[in-house]
Design a protein around this ligand. Structure first.
Ligand SMILES: NC(=O)c1ccc[n+]([C@@H]2O[C@H](COP(=O)([O-])OP(=O)(O)OC[C@H]3O[C@@H](n4cnc5c(N)ncnc54)[C@H](O)[C@@H]3O)[C@@H](O)[C@H]2O)c1
Length: 440
């Protein structure tokens, strides 16, 4: 089937590449000319493991095309996925102007039936607004459908997730839309055996916000428990293990740390709260989730300050700029909290990240970036771990200690065992466990 995907970011590009890999003919549209030019040169504008191979293979096979022209995309396919951003506005609401614009431009360019599918994360009942917009901008009385197909991929494992989703959710209200979406996803459902859920459009839209908010809540819950652990002498690793083995709870998203970040959880929780307020049901539970998340960063900052007393002129090596391992995405990353705070306190920063350096540097030029972890830690008064990159766990700790001025580790990801670190001569602070003091 011919498919158009509008927006070639983390979701659009992965979805377009996946659709082409399962045999569809795909046109990916983006209004960022630079991105489209890069993609036409087979250069990836984002990092996602395995993505470039799939893109290259399918472009060469003639199943995957890129364009900056929405008219071309509208003519190309009966089904058009909207995968543009829905970033947060200063009020906390999701900015729906990119989605609206796609609806408007598709309506202006379509000459026969089109199915417009919301893949972007949207607030519940966005489909109603889209319908109104489409109707306003259509030149003739041309039939169309709106559907919702929220995306659940995780950056870092997006390709794997796309071929092996936990479930596929589609919100539909016509047989034609149902048939088209089923045909698109049939190869994935057949191969992976994943559940394929059809529901009404509002339910599909809401499923996405409810899922992300629940995951954020799980993280904040375990972070709250980690604070109790610190006060009482319990160990959050042991507690989380004990809790997570309960099948009703499950072990995922029970890692205490410096809090969630990324382009989804913070903005989706925020948008869900606003939506609740607007429709007259206050989601106070999520307001607390946000408060706990913010307090985790402040808590680690306080520990660092207490450990070093004065931060001015202290050299801090920051390990990890991405919001999590496996991605170059720095949106809402903890590093965006710590770097400005430490600069404000006149600390000297040395930064390391295996792939997010480029993206971070765009907004933070003139800082010292290092390709090598050991080099980054050279002469540091403390190392601050913000991302769970596997390279950090593989470090030669004896060498690390030799390289640092003071062997102090502030670990926002609980990567090491405190006793081992103390045995190696480090003062080691992490989250939800007793601080380990260097054994001399
Ligand atoms: N990133 C994730 O992990 C993830 C996961 C699930 C859902 N989502 C949701 O998917 C949506 C997209 O997220 P993303 O991370 O891929 O965003 P992104 O910012 O990486 O990509 C969005 C792309 O859309 C393009 N764009 C914007 N307006 C356009 C227009 N009018 N015409 C053509 N292109 C346009 C931008 O240039 C950009 O390349 C968001 O709603 C997000 O919440 C994201």
């Amino acid at each position: 089937m011919n498919i158009t995907v509008v927006g070639t970011g983390y979701v659009g590009l992965v979805s377009g590449a996946t659709f082409s890999e399962i045999g569809h003919n795909v046109m990916c549209i983006d209004n960022d000319d630079k991105k489209v030019a890069m993609l036409k040169r087979l250069e990836m504008p984002i990092y996602e493991e395995g993505l470039d191979e799939i893109v290259r293979k399918n472009v060469k096979a003639g199943r995957l095309h890129f364009s900056n022209c929405i008219k071309e995309g509208t003519e190309f396919a009966e089904v058009i996925f909207i995968a543009v951003g829905t970033p947060p506005m200063s009020t906390g609401e999701a900015n729906m102007s990119y989605v609206e614009r796609v609806g408007r431009e598709v309506a202006e360019n379509m000459t026969s039936y089109r199915l417009l599918v919301e893949k972007s994360t949207v607030i519940v009942n966005t489909n109603e607004q889209l319908k109104r917009t489409m109707t306003k901008y259509l030149k003739n009385d041309i039939p169309f459908d709106i559907a919702s197909n929220p995306e659940f991929l995780r950056e870092g494992t997006a390709i794997k997730d796309a071929f092996n989703p936990d479930r596929i959710v589609v919100g539909i209200e016509s047989n034609r839309a149902a048939r088209l979406l089923k045909e698109i996803y049939e190869p994935i459902v057949k191969k992976s055996g994943c559940p394929y859920l059809e529901m009404n459009i509002a339910s599909a839209e809401l499923t996405k916000h409810a899922s992300n908010s629940f995951l954020a809540m799980k993280i904040s819950f375990i972070n709250a428990v980690s604070r109790i652990c610190e006060i009482t002498g319990a160990d959050i690793g042991q507690v989380a293990h004990g809790v997570g083995l309960d099948k009703r709870i499950g072990p995922q998203f029970l890692s205490a740390g410096v809090g969630y970040g990324g382009s989804c959880f913070p903005k989706d929780v925020d948008a869900f709260i606003r939506m609740g307020d607007e429709c007259g049901y206050s989601l106070n539970i999520l307001k607390e989730v946000q408060r706990i998340n913010a307090s985790q960063r402040e808590h680690l900052m306080r520990k660092l300050q207490q450990e070093l007393w004065v931060l001015e002129d202290k050299t801090i090596a920051i390990f990890g700029l991405a919001f999590k391992a496996g991605t170059d995405d720095v949106r809402e990353s903890p590093s965006l909290y710590f770097v400005p705070k430490l600069l404000e306190k006149k600390a000297k920063l040395r930064l390391w990240d295996p792939i997010a350096k480029g993206k971070f540097d765009q907004d933070h030029p003139g800082l010292h970036y290092f390709d090598n972890l050991m080099e980054c830690a050279d002469g540091a008064d403390a190392v601050l771990i913000l991302t769970d990159w596997p390279e950090i766990k593989q470090l030669d700790l004896d060498q690390l200690k030799k390289n640092m001025k003071c062997p102090i580790i502030m670990d926002g990801r609980n990567l090491f065992d405190p006793k081992t670190m103390a045995g190696k001569g480090f003062t080691y602070h992490c989250i939800g466990k007793k601080q380990a003091v260097a054994m001399k």
